[in-house]
Design a protein around this ligand. Sequence first.
Ligand SMILES: CC(C)(COP(=O)(O)OP(=O)(O)OC[C@H]1O[C@@H](n2cnc3c(N)ncnc32)[C@H](O)[C@@H]1OP(=O)(O)O)[C@@H](O)C(=O)NCCC(=O)NCCS
Length: 260
Amino acid sequence: MSDVSDWWSTEIIDMAPGQIRLRGHPIEDLIGAVSFPQVIWLMTRGDMPSEAQAKLFEAALVAAVDHGPQAPSIAAARMAMTCGLSLNGAMASAVNMLDDVHGGAGEQAVELYGRIDASDAPLAEVLDAWRAEHGPFVPGFGHRFHKPVDPRAPRLLALVDEAREYGTVSGKYAAVARSIEAALAAEKGKPLPMNIDGATAVIFAELGFPAPLARGLFCLSRSVGILSHAWEQKQQGGRNKGPTPPGYRWTYTGPNPIED
Ligand SMILES: CC(C)(COP(=O)(O)OP(=O)(O)OC[C@H]1O[C@@H](n2cnc3c(N)ncnc32)[C@H](O)[C@@H]1OP(=O)(O)O)[C@@H](O)C(=O)NCCC(=O)NCCS
């Protein structure tokens, strides 16, 4: 029998007929008593966050819900709906696009902040070593669209500062992120401000989430926008919409181009 029941082992959920416990808490005690962010924390980490921790965590989740149809994942969700996919199919298509390049900077930033915090070497040295391994772009800084400032980052950092004043977090990762921001600005001779991923990474690191979870949490947050856009597209209709209006074409670079 134990050969069978031990096939899957989990500390997350226990069940018997008429009973469900999440991390030891009867589900009926959680329902109506704790927030969705608290449950995400409980499920992923095992303990229950304080109200203050949950509030800061929720701020990060709220900040990243959407970035419009220019974001490839959101566009993918909308295109998928016009191809007749179901909501879950559209959501899966979109979430599948969130990887290292689109949506992965938060995880990378948590890792980088942790490395800087743990190192006795000067910041420039750690940054150079990081860039030698990962390429020239430092995760969590710069933005293609929001120049000079990503409006989400200063607000999130203000909440981190507030949480530090109340002793909810130490503030050490906020200090690390700000030191990177200052180093990049000095290097480039112009500001290269923290973006949403850099700021949510500060929060996830301050709250003790391991780097890989930061990506999963971003996927949870962005899924809200993905679902909303997929649903809106369903209401709007549209059939088989590609990435650009049909009047626009790609740039052809092969032999014998057709002249307009
Ligand atoms: C988001 C991103 C792709 C925007 O790139 P971009 O539009 O080319 O940025 P800019 O035009 O403002 O670049 C200006 C300069 O800063 C550099 N730069 C931009 N972001 C940089 C970063 N994160 N680290 C180091 N240098 C960076 C560019 O290479 C460029 O340098 P140059 O003037 O010497 O050629 C880029 O900032 C980036 O890759 N950031 C890291 C990844 C990340 O955080 N992604 C999440 C975005 S929300």
